[in-house]
Write a protein that binds this ligand. Structure first.
Ligand code: SF4
Length: 617
């Protein structure tokens, strides 16, 4: 095979046995790689209804067909897939850097980790050699320290490592998996799945070639993409980076502030991308084989957090900034650094701190609960302290580490109405009360509250639709982007590069064929995107998720935006949400309860999974 390694590694952590299995071309073409292949392997390798933190939940590590090649932004990605401990549905998280390319060069399209080791271990993949190594001495260490120790003891600086921190070891449901020290497979709590297996780290060294089917044409296309990546489609990422969103969202009244109490933040200038670049960013770097280089490395130059360094993206900046009412960039950088250190999803962590602050402001939490912390909105020091407590699972942090949904249930006293999540996954930095195309994408997203599964906010923000009103037929636009994003995340090209595929599916199909030699038309690829969207839904249906799980946060549905801004008064009623869901399901060809029909499943070539929907139609 070209592009693909043609091989899946199975590591049984209970027995210590490892084995290779072939990846057949038919399977590769049908599920592409990345999250598409990962979800199929999850369905095939797990029973319905398992506990996500039990040995029965496989942790699946996948690369894409471009991984290990020089495909710009596509050569460097990998993804983890498992049942999410936050949502009980599909958990998936992608990351870039160098780790994915290394794994592919070692000769694997996927690794399935199953079972549970009796003691802490790490898995060392050195081309064809796979060893399960003792990790007792690594337990308690941060992902960054773990990477250093592994490289040192194996004597090779070029080993790439993905590891969990204390949060993953302690089964925090917001734990992530960090690779290359600062890159995170962040969402859905997959670090806890890894921790539940006593798997501290995965170390990889790959020295093989990744052959490409049509090398000359491929390199010509790579050159074209490089040129496009220097152009207007990616200028945001190369200059201010995603933190540019802060002032844009603020001016549109869609910057969630103080746990969705407001949609504008009076301190927005001080936490803007412009301010960050002027005062904190010291260099911009990039992942392997990336022509865009978007990683803005910020260093705190003075004050109590002097010397702290972190890569700053919009979402964590928003979560610890406006969402907590904090306008101190130094404290935000410190909080992001702590998330990397403990191995926590920084979006979820910031969201949860904002939730706790809201509870404190409303008297649901008191100083007795917080260990004396004055948890008012805007208290940067308290935010830092609480983030540390979550990372260590100490005091109130032990409850909050369960994720905002479960924490609210444990706290009680009406805390649920301040818990902003969908399906148990914490909200991201878009106030969807005034972004109604995005709202339907958030509600139906198979992994919960997430802007990255549909990107429909772009239609609202660019003014291509009336963002305050949802009309019949709008869902078609959301579905088109969802299916495209499924392909992007299965090929694992970086989402930041999506604007350079000018012809959408046509460009991506050509790219796929040049690398793999497998014929693929634009229409076939679009159809594959639809297949994969339905596949994810089928998994969630199998696990018992229904229409009632396609909900929105209580605040979004009960509290109109109060600020004197263009979005003032906007929110989403139950009637409106029902209208959105009916429209979406109809366009998907699903039942009114959101279940794919037998006809749809069969039409997409997923008839072997039709048993999942029988009896639920
Ligand atoms: S655009 Fe940024 S995140 Fe994406 S591959 Fe390039 S450097 Fe990495």
């Amino acid at each position: 095979m070209f592009g693909y390694a043609g091989r899946i590694l199975r590591v049984n952590l209970s027995t210590g046995k490892t084995m290779n299995e072939p990846l057949k071309e038919e399977m590769a073409k049908k599920y592409i790689g990345g999250i598409g292949l990962g979800i199929r392997l999850l369905i095939d390798n797990s029973k319905p209804g398992i506990d996500p933190l039990s040995p029965e939940n496989p942790l699946i590590l996948v690369t894409g067909p471009f991984s290990g090649t020089v495909a710009p932004t596509g050569g460097n990605g990998h993804a983890f897939v498992a049942k999410s401990p936050l949502t009980n549905g599909v958990g998936e998280a992608k990351s870039h850097g160098f780790f994915g390319a290394e794994l592919k060069r070692a000769g694997y399209d996927a690794v399935i980790f199953e079972g549970k080791s009796e003691k802490p271990v790490y898995v060392w993949i050195d081309d064809d050699s796979v060893q399960i190594m003792d990790a007792k001495h690594l337990w308690g260490k941060s992902p960054q320290e773990t990477e250093d120790v592994i490289r040192e003891e194996l004597g090779d600086y070029y080993i790439r490592v993905a590891a969990i921190g204390l949060a993953g070891e302690k089964l925090s449901r917001i734990a992530c998996i960090i690779n290359d020290k600062t890159r995170a497979a962040g969402r859905c709590g997959l670090g806890a799945v890894m921790g539940s297996k006593n798997l501290k780290a995965i170390a990889v060294r790959g020295t093989k070639d990744v052959p490409v089917a049509k090398p000359e044409e491929f390199l010509e296309f790579v050159k074209v993409l490089h040129e496009r990546m220097k152009g207007p489609a990616t200028v945001k990422y190369r200059t201010l980076g995603t933190p540019q969103n802060v002032l844009v969202h603020n001016s549109l009244g869609c910057l969630p502030t103080r746990n969705f109490t407001s949609a504008v933040f009076e301190g927005a200038e001080k936490v803007s991308g412009e301010y960050l670049n002027m005062h904190f960013v010291t260099k911009i770097i990039g992942c392997s084989s990336c022509a865009m280089r978007c990683e803005h490395i910020a260093v705190v130059p003075e004050g109590p957090y002097k010397g702290t360094m972190a890569r700053v993206e919009y979402e964590p900046l928003w979560a610890f900034g406006p969402h907590c009412g904090v306008d101190r960039m130094d404290a935000i950088i410190k909080a992001i650094d702590l998330c990397n250190y403990y191995g926590m999803d920084s979006i979820s962590a910031g969201n949860i701190v904002g939730f706790a602050m809201d509870c404190y402001e409303h008297g649901i939490l008191t100083k007795d609960d917080t260990g004396g912390l004055d948890l008012r909105f805007g208290n940067a020091e308290a935010m830092i302290k609480l983030t540390e407590m979550m990372g260590r699972r100490e005091g109130l942090g032990n409850i909050l580490a369960e994720g905002v949904k479960r924490a609210a249930e444990m706290i009680g006293k009406g805390a649920e109405k301040f818990a902003n999540h969908i399906k148990g996954l914490e909200m991201t930095g878009y106030d969807i009360r005034g972004l109604k195309t995005a709202a339907v994408g958030y509600a139906v997203s198979f992994r919960g509250a997430d802007h990255n599964r549909h990107g429909a906010y772009a239609l609202d923000i660019a003014g291509k639709v009336d963002r305050f009103k949802f009309e019949k037929g709008r869902s078609k636009l959301v579905i088109e982007i969802e299916d495209l994003y499924m392909i992007i995340d299965s090929l694992i090209v970086c989402k930041f590069s999506r604007g350079v595929y000018y012809k959408g599916f046509e460009d991506l199909a050509k790219y796929y064929t040049l690398v793999t030699g497998i014929d693929m038309t634009a229409e076939e690829l679009r159809r594959t995107g639809e297949r994969l969207s339905n596949l994810a839904r089928l998994y969630n249906v199998r696990e018992g998720l229904t229409r009632k799980d396609d909900h929105l946060p209580i605040k979004v549905m009960t509290t109109p935006i109060p600020d004197e801004t263009v979005s003032k008064g906007s929110y989403i009623t139950q009637e409106e949400l029902d209208f959105m869901l009916d429209d979406y399901y109809a366009h998907r060809g699903w039942t009114r309860n959101g279940v794919p029909t037998i006809e749809k499943v069969t039409e997409l070539g997923l008839e072997d999974l039709a048993h999942i929907v029988r009896g639920k139609l």
